[in-house]
Design a binder for this molecule. Structure first.
Ligand code: HEC
Length: 205
């Protein structure tokens, strides 16, 4: 029974760490599924049908460009919802419109209070400001579909993520490559090579 008791101690210490700082109903960070996330919602929110959580928005942005994204939670108890969004690139930042039930902590976004569903879905709109140079940004998101009883039971959460490729300022837009995040450096290399060749040719003529 060594592993289960170790896991239970982990969950318990996560509760002890997060509980005094702020009530979960007023926002949770470090739970969006980014590697190392401590507060993954489904660790505590249980005993309900799992919702569908989707992230929509551009999968490619120019360096420094701002893109609009939407997190949508459908299914599960579905009375109210909460969320957490984080990115894996410290040069990228997340933003939101004041008064929309969102707050920012440590460059992560979360709800300020459980948000009531409207037309069968709970949605949170936010923006991503791409880093100043080419690369990739992965957006990690958690959506929690809750029953509004101010407790962690009778709720369920799910994770999703979206990879955004960031193109350099002077390059043409790349075609969608099917979400392979490790190809981020290739367009830059190709650009450098073709520019170098063009310069060489110009010098020779
Ligand atoms: C360590 C356990 C734990 C984790 C992890 C956790 N919560 Fe909670 N959550 C609670 C508890 C306990 C409550 C009830 C007390 C309170 O409001 O803080 C709660 C309440 C809520 C409520 C209100 C529930 C209702 O039915 O009224 C929402 C919304 C919520 N949490 C969202 C989240 C989200 C989103 C995440 C993940 C990013 C998350 N929580 C992660 C323990 C947790």
């Amino acid at each position: 029974m060594k592993f289960p008791s170790y896991a239970a101690a982990g969950v318990l210490s996560a509760c002890l760490l997060s509980a005094p700082a702020l009530a979960n109903s007023a926002g949770v960070i470090n739970g969006a599924g980014k590697p190392g996330s401590m507060n993954v919602c489904s660790n505590c929110h249980t005993q309900a049908a799992v919702p569908t959580v989707t992230l929509t928005g551009p999968s490619s942005l120019a360096a420094g460009e701002t893109g609009q994204y939407k997190l949508t939670i459908t299914g599960g108890p579905g009375l109210k919802g909460g969320f957490n969004v984080a990115v894996d690139n410290t040069a990228a930042s997340l933003d939101f419109v004041a008064g929309t039930g969102i707050k920012k902590q440590s460059n992560e976004l979360t709800h300020t209070a459980p948000k009531p569903a409207a037309a069968g879905a709970i949605t949170f709109d936010f923006s991503l400001v791409a880093p100043p140079s080419a690369g990739t940004v992965k957006i990690f998101a958690a959506g929690n579909s809750v029953n509004g009883d101010n407790n962690s039971t009778g709720d369920a959460a799910a994770l999703t993520s979206l990879s955004v490729s960031v193109t350099g300022n002077n390059e043409p837009q790349e075609e969608e490559k099917g979400g392979c995040s490790s190809a981020g450096g290739a367009p830059v290399l190709a650009f450098a090579l073709t520019t170098g060749l063009a310069l060489l040719r110009r010098r020779r003529s």
